[in-house]
Each structure stands twice: as structure tokens, then as C-alpha cells.
Design a protein around this ligand. Structure first.
Ligand SMILES: Cc1cc2nc3c(=O)[nH]c(=O)nc-3n(C[C@H](O)[C@H](O)[C@H](O)COP(=O)(O)OP(=O)(O)OC[C@H]3O[C@@H](n4cnc5c(N)ncnc54)[C@H](O)[C@@H]3O)c2cc1C
Length: 491
């Protein structure tokens, strides 16, 4: 019997796992990728002995990632060495020495007790509840495609929604336990990964605190790009064919079925499609209008995750005072958030994040040198110029140099910025978003753009703009669910 022929748009992490799963389910799979290499946001850039991860740098929820390797008879150690970081990360405050968050939480209790007596015991209670949310949220709810009423019933009607704190904000939840502003900032930080602030994101996502403080922060030696290399290898070994430098320009639908793709190089007949490129781009630009599930005005009303201004910087000396992950929380988060979500404009005093993987991994920078990645969250779709990028480079350098008491700029060998237009050009990203839709209450679970489009019987969406959401573990889950859904549809 002939194998069903499935095509996939995009070779980001969701596309790679969708391809591997579809191949494992017995399909013949072709992946089309507009860029020259796989990985999407998880790619690397090389420069004279430096290897810069271009997107993600935090390896959280190692159990979810490991589980996906297990489904293919592998373990992460078949592909890379995973090390736990200690300290997990550093937080630079305005008014006091940096906090080094230890891998073993108990090491933080003295700091907490000095700030707020009794807070370490409260943290244990807070994290006990967060564990329950993590187990239900990541191992149960996130693994449902939210396509059928039964997927919601389990969640909303049985009272779980209240137990999981779906209708309370993270900010409210945290401040019900703690009063000290530093502790509140520390516990609010992980929701920034979800594209919103603690005032916008439901308290369901205190599951991220469990991931942070109990499961720990990990790093694959060689860089995050090791994930892409691993999944590209798994897919290739399962017979998946990759077509790089080949952009999909149109999806041809007939009688409610995808029949073919028009690529930048050819016309390609197909029996089914998984679309993992940016959801807005696929449906608004590639599908005929009749088959679009949502209108342009629907998309304009979505709260997108921030875009980012990124800098990749090679430095010809070691930079003292930095650890692998560094959060510069030395300005006001609410003011910065206002410039992202309320009155979009370039932030005057941005918070920013610096990754220095060469503190852990000698392979990402020449001997004695440092590899820096800087991320400033900004509003999507901001106008930008090279001068604006340069202005922010100087601004963050000044702040870092002051906090670290060390001049970095005379040692910079290489620097490259990546902003809103780069996100659009590189990934067809809607408004230049960095990590999809914000996980606000009305954009959570079944309220996200649906995996199955209306009136098309052989197409499924996957990736960070549909369920379960942004981040590497959710994108893995999304790719696997999409392939399983599709192979059932076409069986
Ligand atoms: C700066 C940054 C930092 C991040 N930090 C973290 C982190 O620390 N930890 C974490 O877990 N997550 C992080 N994330 C989020 C995480 O990287 C993403 O959620 C995840 O990689 C998304 O994978 P994806 O497959 O959905 O999308 P993508 O990686 O965007 O893949 C989609 C692919 O589709 C391709 N494509 C688009 N249109 C077409 C077309 N018409 N034809 C052919 N190909 C097309 C694109 O080129 C791309 O390769 C970060 C993201 C960014 C940008």
C-alpha cells in the first residue's frame, strides 16, 4: 500500500517533530523551509570561533523534552550533554547586590527570610500548588488539541479551571503570598516567557515557577542549536525529505482538501499538510480567502508576545560578574511593559536579559573570550533604524558596564543586531513577534487559534501560535499533536 504523502511548512522545532511523528506514523514526509537551514528560531550563527544561539537560551522543563526523545527510542544524551546550571541565573537589581539564584532552592531561603520573615515557608506552599498546576497543565491539558468539546469539559466543567487559578492574575496570586517587591519580581519573571506581564497572565502559569525553581535551568553543551541538530537527524533517519531555501507561496485547496503547494521552485502535489510557519502568514497570505478561519481584524485584535531587539556580541576577554543567565531588573518593569502593551513605543529605560553561554561552554567562544547574547523586549511592529539599534547597544552597554564595574566596549570584536524587520524577513513573523501570542486569559488553551482550519479536511496547524503556546516544550507538544491528528484524519 502507498504511504500517504504529507507536506510540512517550516522546519522549526514544531515542524521537525511533526515531520518525525508523521514519518513514525507511516507517512511519506516532505518539509519545505524558506531558510537555508533547519531550526527556525532555534538556529545558530557562526563567526570566527563564536557560535551564537540566535533565539532561545533557556532550557526549561527537561522532563517534557526528554519524553519526546523517548517516543523515538532516544534519550537526550544520544545527542548532547545536558548540564544543570548553578546558579540557575542572576538578577541585577537597582538598589542592592545581584541575587544568584541557586539550583538548590534551600540556598535562597536566607535571602528570602531577610527580605520577608516567613517567606521561605510560604514559598514551599506556593510551589506545592504550582507543582499540581505543572502536572495537570503540562502533562494533561497542554497535550490536548482543544478541538473537541470533551477536551474542554474535562478542564472547565469539573471545577479544574478554578483550582488551576485560571481566573486570577499571576500578580494577584503572587501578592496573596508575598509582600516584598524583590520576591514579587523574582516570581513574576518566568511569565515574561509567555509573552505577557504578571498582571495579564492567568495564575495557572505559576506552573512556570515550579519549572524554574524546582525543575531547574539546564543547558545542552554546544548550545540550544543541539536540539535542532538532534531532531533534524531523527527526522532524516526516519526518511523525511527536506527542501531548504524553498518557500511556500500558495496552498491550493479543492473540494475542501489541500491538493498541492506552490513553492518558490515548483508545483508540488500533496495529500495532506501540516503548517508550522507563523499562523497569520499561512492563513492570511497562503490560503484562499474562503478557507481562512480568522479575519485580518481578528488578528489585529490579538495581544502578540513582544518582539525583541537582540544583539550577538563577541568579546575578546572574560567579563567578570556575569553568570550564564543574567536578568537586568534595575529599572521599572511596569513602565517598560506600558511601552510594549499599552502605548507601543521604544522603551526609555528598558529591562534586558544577557546570556553568556561561554561561562559554561568553551566551545561557543575562542579561549579566553566571551559570547554575549542580549535581549530587550519591545512592542511588536515598532519602526526601527540602524541608529536606533546603535542607541540601544550603547544604552545597555553603559548599564552593564556600570553594574559590573568593567569596560566591555573596548573588547568588542563582533556585534550584530536583530530586530522587528529581521523577525519578519527571517520567519514571516506577524508584526515581528518573537514568540507568538501572549498567553493572556482570552488567548489560553481552546481560545488560541485552532489547530484544524474550518472546511479543510486534510490540514492542521502547529507551532507557537496555536495550542499549547510559545516556548520549546509547548512547540514540541504542538508538532507531535498535529501529526497525530493529521494521520488520524487521513487514515
Ligand atoms: C529571541 C527568542 C528567545 C526565545 N527564548 C526562549 C527560551 O529561552 N526558551 C524557550 O523554551 N523558548 C524560547 N523562545 C521561543 C521558542 O524559540 C519558540 O516558541 C519555538 O522555537 C517556536 O518554534 P516553531 O516551530 O513554532 O516556529 P519557528 O521556529 O518560527 O519555525 C517556523 C519555521 O517556518 C518557516 N517558514 C515560515 N513561513 C514559511 C513559508 N512560507 N515557507 C517555508 N517555510 C516557512 C520559518 O522560516 C521557520 O523556520 C524564544 C524565541 C525567540 C525568538
Amino acid at each position: 500500500m502507498n504511504k500517504p504523502r504529507v507536506s510540512i511548512i517550516g522546519s522549526g522545532i514544531s515542524g521537525l517533530i511533526a515531520a518525525s511523528t508523521a514519518a513514525q506514523n507511516g507517512c511519506e514526509v516532505d518539509v519545505f523551509e524558506k531558510n537555508a537551514e533547519p531550526g527556525g528560531r532555534i538556529r545558530a550563527m557562526h563567526y570566527h570561533g563564536f557560535t551564537f544561539d540566535m533565539g532561545p537560551s533557556w532550557y526549561w522543563m527537561p522532563d517534557i523534552i526528554e519524553d519526546h526523545f523517548k517516543k523515538f527510542g532516544h534519550t537526550t544524551s544520544d545527542f548532547y550533554e545536558l548540564v544543570q546550571l548553578d546558579p540557575s541565573y542572576s538578577v541585577f537589581w537597582k538598589d542592592e547586590p545581584p541575587l544568584r539564584v541557586p539550583a538548590d532552592l534551600t540556598g535562597m531561603y536566607d535571602w528570602m527570610e531577610a527580605k520577608e520573615p516567613g517567606s521561605s515557608r510560604k514559598l514551599e506552599r506556593f510551589l506545592d500548588q504550582a507543582r499540581m498546576k505543572y502536572e495537570v497543565g503540562m502533562w494533561d491539558l497542554a497535550q490536548k488539541p482543544m478541538q473537541k468539546p470533551i477536551d474542554y469539559m474535562d478542564f472547565s466543567l469539573v471545577g479544574k479551571a478554578f483550582r488551576m487559578d485560571l481566573f486570577k492574575s499571576m500578580h494577584r496570586h503572587i501578592t496573596q503570598y508575598f509582600k516584598d517587591p524583590h520576591i514579587i519580581s523574582l516570581l513574576s519573571f518566568p511569565v515574561l516567557f509567555l509573552g505577557g506581564t504578571a498582571r495579564q497572565i492567568p495564575a495557572l502559569y505559576s506552573l512556570m515557577n515550579y519549572a524554574d525553581l524546582k525543575l531547574g535551568t539546564w543547558y545542552p553543551m554546544g548550545g540550544m542549536v543541539k536540539l535542532t541538530e538532534a531532531w533534524h537527524q531523527i527526522a532524516t533517519e526516519l526518511g523525511v525529505r527536506f527542501h531548504f531555501d524553498e518557500e511556500i507561496r500558495e496552498i491550493h485547496v479543492n473540494d475542501d482538501r489541500v491538493k498541492a503547494l506552490k513553492t518558490s521552485k515548483k508545483y508540488f502535489p500533496t495529500e495532506a499538510l501540516i503548517a508550522t510557519g507563523d499562523y497569520h502568514h499561512v492563513e492570511q497570505e497562503l490560503l484562499p480567502s474562503y478557507y481562512r478561519h480568522y479575519s485580518e481584524s481578528y488578528w489585529q485584535k490579538r495581544t502578540m508576545s513582544p518582539s525583541s531587539l537582540l544583539f550577538y556580541i563577541g568579546v575578546n576577554t572574560k567579563v567578570p560578574g556575569l553568570t550564564h543567565h543574567n536578568l537586568f531588573f534595575d529599572e521599572d518593569l511596569d513602565r517598560h511593559s506600558y511601552s510594549i502593551y499599552t502605548e507601543p513605543e521604544w522603551p526609555r529605560k528598558p529591562l534586558f536579559y544577557v546570556c553568556c553561554p561561554s561561562k559554561t561552554d568553551d566551545s561557543v567562544a575562542p579561549d579566553g573570550f566571551e559570547n554575549l547574547f542580549v535581549l530587550i523586549p519591545i512592542a511588536p511592529d515598532l519602526d526601527e533604524t540602524p541608529e536606533i539599534h546603535e542607541y540601544y547597544f550603547d544604552l545597555i552597554m553603559q548599564r552593564m558596564e556600570k553594574r559590573l564595574n568593567f569596560n566591555i566596549r573596548p573588547h568588542v570584536l563582533f556585534k550584530k543586531s536583530f530586530g522587528v524587520q529581521d523577525f519578519k524577513r527571517a520567519y514571516n513573523s506577524f508584526k515581528g513577534n518573537a514568540y507568538g501570542l501572549a498567553n493572556t486569559l482570552n488567548q489560553t488553551a481552546g481560545l488560541k487559534p485552532a489547530m484544524c482550519p474550518k472546511n479543510i479536511d486534510n490540514m492542521v496547524y502547529a507551532g507557537q501560535l496555536t495550542v499549547p503556546g510559545p516556548g520549546i516544550p509547548p512547540s514540541l507538544i504542538s508538532g507531535r499533536m498535529a501529526a497525530d491528528l493529521l494521520t488520524k484524519q487521513i487514515a
